[in-house]
Design a protein around this ligand. Structure first.
Ligand code: AMP
Ligand code: GLY
Length: 422
């Protein structure tokens, strides 16, 4: 690959802001565009719709882009890597066939079953097999886990304490509670433990593991209330020690990469393992085919080695030559969200303090845009992420929380207990 690259990063969230931050630190980045991006003053946003591959191709040609870094899953599931397979530009992210690891929970579960990768017991149900589904529910202990097979914007998982209610919800899901995504439902055994997120960069053969993170999904303090896209994250994760990570590598990462290869699936990109620690043993909750948000807002700052160099390993199948160096400091991020999120919320609130980094912190824009006068305003549920370093995750979280106070917009909400459970 060339020494200096023009890079197009697809996406618009805090994750993409954190990837951009890291790409811009690299001496190998010639120029970076983020599409559609957000109001961040830290990089150049360009208004391109992610579903329009022809428009992206034109931008790539016009601007001599060498590398497309795909942030979110949807373009991958839609086949953006396949679309550009014969073109000069390299895409960081797997082809559609491989993206099924995230795009179909049924595919992911059956893949894990075929390759003996530790995960919850499960059964796949459609309208035709509803009764078997009910019998399977009866065979499980509460609570009951129901998952829409397809992509449902992170909302397609229900955890239900009561058997009768679980059966009722199973009916509703199959009847289209999450549209087509829940015409097939995966019923799972509930696993009890603490979760963590492990990101793996692979060229289909060799791999490198990024710093481990944990995200906080519920809206409320003490992990209460509805699930969100993520309210904060920390890295490292104290229980993910060397012994635990050795199990992750030998029982999960290596069988996953080997399994993909054996099935003739060319996986080049990041694999996100959503893991749960069940009595010291890692089990897979889910696969994603991209980096996580808001974990990336702590993982990128803790990545000391060069990100362009790492993703070159993915694109050129030279991962064996790459290395990942971690910053020994801990990092924490606190997400600032709009009042009402994850339900309905208002947009277009003026923001104060969003044009520069709060003291000792890094500010990552997420749901933000510029108004007609060019001033930043809110444009989403998750608005900004404030990341800080510290000697441990608790001190990092305290600094991030303090930084979060210096950013203001009407209806601003955030959790104050990020990392407190660890
Ligand atoms: P997913 O979209 O598959 O990551 O599920 C969303 C969240 O539901 C996960 O982050 C877990 O907190 C929870 N979850 C999913 N599957 C299970 C399971 N089998 N046991 C316990 N919790 C689960
Ligand atoms: N933080 C979880 C996700 O990105 O799916």
């Amino acid at each position: 690959m060339k020494e200096k690259l023009n890079i197009l990063l697809l996406g618009s969230g805090g994750r993409e802001s954190a990837i951009a931050y890291k790409l811009l630190q690299s001496p190998r980045t010639a120029r970076l565009w983020v599409a559609p991006g957000n109001a961040s003053p830290a990089f150049e946003s360009v208004d391109l719709p992610l579903s329009d591959f022809e428009a992206i191709a034109k931008f790539v040609a016009d601007n001599e882009i060498d590398l497309i870094f795909v942030g979110p899953e949807q373009p991958l599931v839609d086949g953006i890597a396949d679309f550009f397979a014969d073109s000069k530009v390299k895409v960081i992210g797997p082809v559609a066939e491989a993206a099924r690891l995230e795009g179909s929970k049924e595919f992911a579960k059956e893949f894990m079953f075929r390759h003996a990768i530790p995960t919850a017991r499960f059964m796949t149900v459609t309208a035709d097999t509803l009764q078997e589904g009910e019998f399977f529910l009866e065979s499980l202990q509460p609570p009951y886990v129901l998952k829409a097979d397809g992509l449902a914007a992170g909302k397609g998982v229900l955890i239900i304490p009561d058997l009768e209610e679980a059966k009722a919800k199973l009916h509703e899901m199959l009847e289209g509670m999450f549209g087509k995504a829940s015409h097939t439902v995966v019923i799972e055994q509930f696993l009890d433990g603490i979760e963590c997120s492990v990101f793996v960069a692979t060229d289909g053969e060799d791999y490198r593991v990024l710093p481990v993170a944990k995200d906080y999904k519920r809206i409320g303090e003490g992990d209460t209330g509805p699930n969100t896209g993520g309210m904060g994250a920390v890295s490292p994760v104290p229980f993910a020690d060397e012994a635990f990570m050795e199990k992750v590598r030998s029982r999960i990462i290596e069988p996953t990469i080997r399994g993909l290869r054996e099935e003739g699936i060319d996986y080049r990109g990041f694999i996100f393992l959503g893991l749960i620690n069940v009595g010291g043993d890692p089990m897979v909750i889910e696969y994603n085919v991209r980096l996580g948000d808001p974990e990336t807002e702590v993982v990128m700052p803790r990545l000391k080695s060069d990100l362009v160099d790492l993703v070159e390993g993915i694109a050129d199948r030279t991962m064996a030559l790459k290395h990942v160096e971690e910053d020994p400091r801990a990092a924490a991020t606190v997400m600032l969200v709009s009042d009402g999120y994850p339900g309905t919320y208002r947009k277009g609130m003026a923001m104060e303090g969003a044009e520069s980094n709060p003291e000792g912190c890094i500010l990552f824009h997420a749901g933000t845009r510029r108004n007609a006068e060019g001033r930043p305003e809110t444009a989403g549920g998750r608005v900004l992420a404030v990341t800080a370093f510290g000697p441990d995750i608790h001190q990092a979280a305290a600094t991030a929380l303090k930084g979060a106070e210096s950013v203001k917009f009407e209806g601003k909400r955030n959790r104050t207990d990020i990392g407190a459970d660890l």
